[in-house]
Design a protein around this ligand. Structure first.
Ligand code: PAF
Length: 282
């Protein structure tokens, strides 16, 4: 497994792979890999014959009060996992290799990013789009894999690929959960044992929404209120948002649901802010 750290090295390696007619599958990550990332890597391996993983904690997607400095950096463990999973190449650039000190061009997504995490974290998805575009331009993969847990990110990346005409196939990998339903996330490790027990409330709320929906409830407000009431029973839970939005446009729904919808939530359980989602299909 090669570990490359400069754009020039990465571009050359990608160029060589393409000349050998290798199909390149790309998994962008910020490191601190867990089972969720493994499923992305495995999906990439199924659809490509060379898998490239980037490990880069992207400063531009963190807000001024967010946890960029504290974001877990576990390179040795990440490399061991990638080796075990048969990853061919790691791209692990320093910040200056991605962003020249006087960088002044960024991307902005102006529609899908208006709700959910985009509303709660202004500028976050512009940072995501900018770094993913830089990585796509450097690696030029045939396909890239993103997780469904980050449902809004997945939709925004698909939109970016469409609007900027990237010849890259985007594959979605299902959310991986603990046996009790908690979606895997790098942030779970910051939960204390009592908070870890309470963190299942996100999945329980979404399961409740699914059950109510299956029983015929179509009023988004009512579905949201039932989820809110359940989550408020967890003493360390503080709701950032609970929202039912159109599955395609991510616009909040107020009228009865007649088309596929996305139920999404972000909740602080103590310090960590966790997200999860499910689709509601009439
Ligand atoms: O999902 C993530 O880990 C990040 O947002 C990504 C796609 C690697 C961009 O930094």
């Amino acid at each position: 497994m090669h570990i490359l750290t400069t754009q020039a090295q990465m571009q050359q390696a990608a160029h060589d792979l393409r000349r050998q007619s290798r199909r390149i599958g790309f998994v962008p990550t910020m490191g601190n890999l867990h089972e969720g990332h493994l499923s992305l890597i495995r999906l990439a391996r199924q659809h490509a014959d060379t898998v490239i993983v980037s490990i880069f904690v992207n400063p531009t997607q963190f807000g001024p009060t967010e946890d960029y400095a504290a974001y877990p950096r576990t390179l040795d463990a990440d490399l061991a996992i990638c080796r075990r999973e048969g990853v061919h190449l790691i791209y692990h650039p320093p910040v200056t290799e991605i962003y020249p000190p006087d960088a002044s061009v960024t991307l902005a997504e102006t529609s899908l990013a208006q709700t959910l995490c985009g509303a709660a974290r202004p500028g976050h998805f512009n940072g995501v789009c900018t770094v993913v575009a830089i990585l796509f331009n450097t690696i030029r993969p045939h396909l890239a894999v993103f997780g469904q847990k980050d449902a809004q990110q997945l939709r925004i990346i698909r939109r970016m690929v469409r609007d900027l005409a990237y010849p890259i196939q985007i594959l979605a990998s299902p959310t991986i959960r603990e046996p009790d339903g908690l979606a895997l996330s790098s942030r779970n490790r910051h939960l204390t044992p009592p908070q870890r027990a309470q963190a299942t409330v996100l999945h329980r709320a979404l399961t409740l929404a699914q059950a109510n929906f299956a029983a015929g409830q179509r009023d988004p407000r009512q579905l949201e209120n039932d989820m809110r009431q359940l989550i408020q029973q967890a003493p360390d839970a503080r709701i950032d948002y609970i929202s039912i939005v159109d599955d395609q446009t991510l616009a909040p729904l107020t009228a009865p649901i007649t088309r596929p919808a996305l139920a999404a939530l972000a909740v602080w359980i103590g310090q960590p802010r966790l997200i999860d989602n499910t689709t509601l299909t009439p």
